[in-house]
Design a protein around this ligand. Structure first.
Ligand code: 5AD
Ligand code: SF4
Length: 455
């Protein structure tokens, strides 16, 4: 590949929002090298698969995608074009060398902690002709590299990673192995990134971390800052109207953070707070180190400062040893809490995690039945929450064109997608919308008269 000539990159992202953020940063570090983003692998000189390893079949999906890319690469070669293939993210971290052994078509394997070195890895690859595998946890901080590369504001909403890695070691989870130990960026670095995004037109930021509320970055005053303090600081940035954060652990939900939900109008009334299971026996086996009652009390406390908060969570069914009674306790907890939205999964043994070795694996069929029942209940709750908004006026940040011409889609404070008739000039505005209809996945409404006149 001619490194001087303009080049095109296609990045395919799997998995969580943190991967979305990482993919954007990969785009940012490649842009000064002349790489322009394209939306199709067939047009690209460099294809990056930014992979996820959290649940089943992730690695297999990557290998089948690599099979397709091998053919594409041959086709491009026949037309005289190079195509480099890189595998990034958590599968890259977990599989390492194995990827180039199984799929020799891969040129570069890069873990989540080293992708800021992509330009250098690519030129090493093109220089030496040998595949490169880079899955170290380097002492150099990838985030410090981002300070040099300006984040490109791609929308009116943006993610900002503030914390990465995890020290909790839940018995089912690969994150402590693929993302490494807990790390927090400094408050100054996060603030600088948020300010640059605001300058680029971003109105809403979502702070990301595998365990975001464990945030303890260095503050400018030399103290260690909590997430609550960081939120307060970020809310002072002009142009940033809304702040969210995800994902939180119940054990790290401190008073300061809870209070911020009651006092700071820029902190949105939405909280993703996974409990994973509703049985103390299962929580203990999962190494969650909190009880169901701890969680329920915490929710009560949060609702006491912000009664309308929309709650979200994650659930795993069929964790090793989970009985019918344990599962019924999960159903009872969901009924008790009432979720606005939630994610639920069948337990999937992840190689290298303690639970994968358990002899008490639950039958696939049982997992499927439990998941079906849980998802039916969660869908019902989600619909009920959405329907409770009909007839209300909600503030919606208009983000992008909707499905139909003349329609925009935005988000309510509760993170619901809201469709409204409005013109493109209103993208980036926060408008009042009278909600008229609610489905499981979105709301539909009409702009307030005064907002319509602004369009
Ligand atoms: N099996 C099923 N679900 C899992 N999660 C994490 N690891 C596993 C696993 N081995 C789920 C958890 C977590 C979410 C991101 O993915 O619910 O909160
Ligand atoms: Fe994984 Fe979250 Fe548990 Fe950390 S707290 S081990 S990221 S599930």
């Amino acid at each position: 590949m001619n490194l001087r000539a303009p080049k095109r990159v296609f990045i395919k992202t799997y998995g969580c929002q943190m991967n979305v953020y990482d993919s954007e940063r990969m785009g940012d570090v490649l842009a000064p090298e002349g790489f322009e983003a394209v939306d199709e692998a067939g047009k690209a000189d460099l294809v990056i698969l930014n992979t996820c390893h959290i649940r089943e079949k992730a690695a297999e999906k990557v290998y089948s995608e690599l099979g397709r890319l091998r053919i594409l690469k041959q086709e491009r070669a026949a037309n005289g074009h190079d195509m480099l293939i890189a595998v990034a993210g958590c599968v890259a971290q977990a599989e390492g060398e194995e990827i180039v052994n199984r799929a020799p078509v891969v040129d570069v394997v890069v873990g989540p902690q080293t992708y800021h070195r992509l330009p250098e890895l690519i030129s090493r690859r093109t220089g030496t002709g040998a595949s490169i595998v880079e899955t170290e946890f380097p002492t150099e901080d990838k985030f410090s590299r981002f300070v040099e590369t300006k984040p490109i504001a791609r929308s009116v909403t943006a993610f900002v990673t503030v914390q990465e890695g995890c020290d909790k070691f839940c018995a089912f989870c690969v994150v402590p192995y693929t993302r490494g130990a807990e790390y927090s960026r400094s408050a100054a670095a996060v603030t600088a990134e948020a300010e640059r995004l605001a300058d680029g037109g971003v109105r809403e930021i979502t702070l990301l971390g595998q365990n975001v509320n464990a945030y303890h970055g260095d503050g400018p005053d030399g103290e260690s800052w909590s997430l609550g303090r960081l939120l307060t600081q970020l809310s002072k940035i002009e142009g940033i109207e809304r702040i969210r954060y995800t994902t939180s652990h119940p054990r790290d939900m401190d008073e300061e953070l809870i209070e911020v939900h009651g006092s700071n109008p820029k902190v949105m009334p939405y909280l993703h707070l996974p409990i994973q299971a509703g049985s103390d026996r299962v929580l203990k086996a999962m190494n969650r180190r909190h009880s169901v009652m701890d969680y329920v009390r915490l929710i009560d406390r949060i609702r006491s400062v912000r009664p309308d908060i929309a709650l979200s969570g994650d659930f795993i069914v069929g964790f090793p040893g989970e009985t019918d009674e344990d599962f019924e306790e999960t159903m009872a907890l969901v009924r008790r809490v009432g979720y606005a939205q939630a994610y639920s999964f069948k337990y999937s043994p992840r190689p290298g995690t303690p639970a994968a070795q358990s002899a008490e694996q639950v039958a696939e069929e049982t997992k499927s039945e439990r998941l079906e029942r849980l998802q039916t209940l969660l869908r019902k709750q989600q619909l009920a929450f959405n329907q409770s908004c009909v007839g209300r006026a909600l503030e919606v940040l208009l983000e992008k064109p909707g499905r139909h011409a003349g329609q925009l889609v935005g988000r309510s404070p509760y993170l619901q997608a809201v469709h409204v008739d409005a013109g493109g000039a209103q993208i980036g505005q926060i408008v009042r919308v009278h909600v008229e209809e609610a489905g499981v996945n979105s709301l539909t409404g009409q702009l307030d008269v005064s907002a319509r006149q602004q369009g």
